[in-house]
Write a protein that binds this ligand. Structure first.
Ligand code: DGL
Length: 274
């Protein structure tokens, strides 16, 4: 195992969405360096099979290992749902996904035992959120709903727009009618339309953001392995590195709209060679 507290943390996603997790990591553990990989050539993951997502995820982990990362965060919900177990078997550094932290806090949050989960078709059909929550409390009633139009709307920048309101209403009406009091935003992109979702579901439903919970658990995980960085990075400086499998410039524009610090450069990697 790499025993290097100043080594970076590898974070990956199918594209830009995982930057919502990076944002939380930067905020909650600002001394940590991040090496991010966005699989922009092969996005979306949400409509692909478990085998394909597992193969992609293994390649990305191999790439991140070449960067000497001390831990890995699977920032993509779909990859966490499909591939985390397989990945965990193969590596000897700490690895964490976004599904388990989100599931845990949802079970702690609900008062009436009815929880909704929204995500990609892959995440919802895998039922991984449901499995984790039922492990914690078998009596929990979970309702899942795939919302495949949310990702393109968000990537088009329609975070607050009548069209998005309409689509959110269409997808979430059945969930609301079922009486849930907690809703997991089970896709990397969804925290970006959190305000719209909250307005439509109403204040009585608590939204769970797995990105936030993952950064919290990551901090605890690093600490338990004595891997938390004790170096002050110098806030405002750019210590992080970004890699993609395609369209680096487009990634960079979106990334700069999400993250607080400007991204100096994004490099392209031929991920199929890993
Ligand atoms: N990052 C994906 C997730 O969180 C959403 C985008 C995609 O389908 O690849 O599930």
């Amino acid at each position: 195992m790499t025993d290097n507290r100043t080594a970076p943390i590898g974070v990956f996603d199918s594209g830009v969405g995982g930057l919502t997790v990076v944002k939380e990591i930067m905020h909650q553990i600002p001394n940590e360096k991040v090496i991010y990989f966005g699989d922009t050539a092969r996005v979306p993951y949400g409509s692909k099979s478990k085998d394909t997502i597992t193969r992609y995820s293994k390649q990305i982990v191999r790439f991140l290992r070449t960067q000497n990362v001390k831990a890995i965060v699977v920032a993509c919900n779909t990859a966490s749902a499909y591939a985390l177990d397989e990945l965990s078997k193969e590596i000897d550094i700490p690895i964490i996904g976004v599904v388990k932290p989100g599931a845990k806090v949802a079970v702690e949050t609900t008062k009436n035992g009815k929880i909704g989960v929204i995500g990609t078709s892959g995440t919802i059909s895998s039922e991984t959120y449901t499995t984790y929550m039922k492990e914690l409390n078998p009596a929990i009633d979970v309702r899942g709903k795939a919302c495949p139009l949310f990702v393109p709307l968000i990537e088009e920048g329609l975070w607050e727009d009548p069209v998005t309101d309409e689509i959110v209403k269409r997808y979430l009406t059945d969930l609301m009618d079922s009486g849930i009091d907690t809703l997991i935003l089970g896709c990397t992109h969804y925290p970006l339309i959190r305000k719209t979702v909250q307005r439509i579901v109403g204040p009585e439903v608590t939204l769970v953001n797995p990105a936030y919970e993952t950064a919290r658990e990551l901090k605890a995980l690093l600490s338990s392995h004595n891997l938390l960085s004790d170096q002050t990075s110098g806030l405002g400086t750019n210590i992080h590195q970004f890699y993609v499998s395609d369209a680096a410039e487009r990634f960079q524009i979106f990334a700069n709209s999400i993250l607080k610090y400007g991204i100096l450069s994004t490099k392209a990697v031929n991920i199929e060679t890993y």
